[in-house]
Design a protein around this ligand. Structure first.
Ligand code: FAD
Ligand code: SIN
Length: 528
């Protein structure tokens, strides 16, 4: 199938790009499962924008760079921060029902999160992502130029190497994708392709991210020859629910923003005073997650407590209705008792290198959202800057495509997928086992506190698993699980290689072998 523009991913970044292109171009949007299955729909806290009287763009820029431990690209931070208020207005116009100010004013209600010097987070209760995903999907469904294709698992980008008559131009022409409905591999071509496939959180055993966050876009771009950067900066959210059955339910940072306190269940004491006496629970995420990790290890705990019961039942239920309802189902009454929490992987700060137009290294290939490394987040993302990045870069990529349309060649004839030399596998169990193994050792060896020895151990295991999977891939027909496992391993390899490359501790990368932060800040850029 051919369209003007192909978007891989139907979250905030992909749908924003599609909606900004569709008045002029035909756009096909692929999703590997349901259209609302990415991280966007799971977002809780909200979207950061300078809207409070007394707040300034410079404050937001500074907070972003402080959280990012100085590794951010300042011009990109300014680019994003300055576009935030307009992005919020456009979402409101699309029908996102942001909460309005409690004092009856005509502005939005702004909540607060870690690392922000001002109230800055617009939100829809504690389920902002669901409202955003819903509004974007409704608009996309209604647009006659947008074709939404769920259950289509992108495998690899179609590049010059796949042309019937090899041009050597290095251009990306589209993607090969596994069709869950037919079991066949289909070819989608376009003049421009936008990767909006989200992050790689599921490389870790404990993650707040949905099942599909397997780093597919990062791995596909890397295999096609694009640079990938800053993969060592995997963000761990401080407060994921600790529960024996429910492993990945986030307790939004806004709970701490509205006064929630972290307590050591053994001592009964509020422990952030020892780790960051000034910012306490509202220090940036890397600081709070490391503090919880240290407390858990020091006292042999399974979890720490997050307590907001002092704000009273009416306040808690009004501000956090979704979390309150879910915890009640699990027998926890957050209006009266503390919530057991642990850190869990949450966000991929690194990714495919893009410029401020969302362009990757490969002609015809753009990337936006969590799959990309735009320079916004540096060594640690500031809370609620991620959805914002999706809106700003989804639009920027669309604008660049529209402005340079005549420079983008129509796709040439591309070879169809060839699976004539492979057979069906009867060893699905191998894939499942490898999935579990990789996620476990990434958690144990490449977590919040690292050492060179552990990273090398992980690297060795990844290499062995990659050889096994490459062999498997060469002999058997692809399945969605095999596609994801191959990408998960590639993402893990890039994370570990980047972590070994950084001989300092900065932001989310903390290693006992290099505890100092170097004076000069530099991205880790990997070249295929
Ligand atoms: P996603 O929304 O993850 O979408 C990825 C899309 O790509 C999906 O449609 C998926 O099907 C598709 N895809 C992936 N691989 C393939 C493939 N191989 N083939 C075809 N399609 C594919 N950020 C904030 O700013 N504020 C918050 O309050 C906030 N809360 C969060 C809460 C949770 C629990 C989580 C997990 C994250 C939160 N984040 C938050 C982060 C934010 O939600 C994400 O970074 C953001 O939504 C990513 O959007 P995206 O469009 O890049 O990708
Ligand atoms: C949260 O609500 O704590 C998540 C916010 C974010 O990831 O930016």
């Amino acid at each position: 199938m051919t369209s003007d523009v192909l978007v891989i991913g139907s979250g905030a970044a992909g749908l924003t790009a599609a909606l900004n292109l569709a008045d002029r171009f035909s756009v096909t949007v692929l999703a590997k499962g349901r259209l609302d299955e990415g991280s966007t729909a799971w977002a809780q806290g909200g979207i950061a924008a300078v809207l409070e009287p007394g707040d300034t763009f410079e404050h937001h820029v500074r907070d972003t760079i402080v959280a990012g431990a100085g590794l951010n690209d300042r011009a990109t931070v300014e680019f994003v921060v300055e576009r935030a208020p307009a992005a919020i207005e456009r979402l409101a116009a699309l029908g996102v029902p942001f909460n309005v100010a409690e004092n009856g004013g005509n502005g939005w209600h702004l909540t607060r999160e870690g690392g922000h010097s001002h109230r800055r987070i617009v939100h829809v209760d504690d389920a902002t992502g669901w409202a955003v995903q819903d509004a974007l999907l409704r608009a996309a469904h209604a647009h006659p130029n947008i074709t939404l294709v769920p259950d289509m698992v992108a495998i690899d980008l179609a590049t010059s190497r796949h042309e019937m008559r090899y041009s050597g131009a290095g251009h990306v022409h589209g993607v090969y994708a596994y069709n869950r409905g037919t079991g066949q591999v289909d070819l989608y071509t376009a003049r421009a392709t936008i990767l909006a496939t989200g992050g790689a959180g599921r490389t870790y055993q404990f993650s707040t991210a949905p099942r599909g966050a397997t780093g597919d876009g990062i791995a596909m771009a890397w295999r096609a020859g694009a640079r990938v950067s800053n993969m060592e900066f995997m963000q761990f959210h401080p407060t994921c629910l600790f529960h024996l059955e429910v492993k990945n339910f986030l307790i939004t940072e806004a709970v701490r923003g509205e006064g929630g306190r972290l307590i050591n269940p053994t001592t009964g004491k509020r422990f952030m005073t020892y780790y960051d006496a000034e910012r306490l629970e509202l220090a940036p995420r890397d600081v709070v997650a490391r503090a919880i990790d240290a407390e858990i290890k020091r006292f042999g705990l399974d979890f720490v407590h997050l307590d907001i019961s002092h704000r009273g039942p009416d306040f808690v239920k009004a501000h956090f209705p979704t979390i309150h309802a879910r915890l009640s189902e699990l027998g926890i009454d957050m209006t009266r008792e503390p919530i057991p929490v642990v850190p869990a992987q949450h966000y991929t700060c690194g990714g495919v290198v893009v410029d401020r137009d969302g362009r990757t290294d490969l002609p015809g290939l753009y990337a936006a959202g969590e799959v990309s490394q735009s320079g916004l987040h540096g060594a640690n993302r500031l809370a609620s800057n991620s959805l914002l990045e999706c809106f700003v870069f989804g639009e920027a990529a669309a604008n660049h495509i529209a402005a340079h349309w005549d420079d983008l060649p129509p796709p040439p004839a591309i070879r169809p997928w060839d699976d004539s030399r492979v057979t069906d596998s009867d060893e699905e169990v191998v894939i499942k086992q490898n999935w579990t193994e990789i996620r476990r050792f990434m958690w144990n060896y490449v977590g919040i506190v690292r050492t060179t020895k552990r990273l090398e151990r992980a690297q060795h295991r990844i290499k062995m698993l990659q050889e096994e999977v490459a062999d498997y891939y060469g002999h058997f027909r692809v399945t969605p699980d095999l596609i994801e496992l191959r990408n998960l391993l590639q993402s893990a390899e890039l994370i570990v290689r980047s972590a070994l490359h950084r001989h300092e501790s900065r932001g989310l990368h903390y290693t006992l072998d290099y505890t100092d932060t170097l004076d000069a800040a530099a991205d880790t850029v990997l070249i295929p």
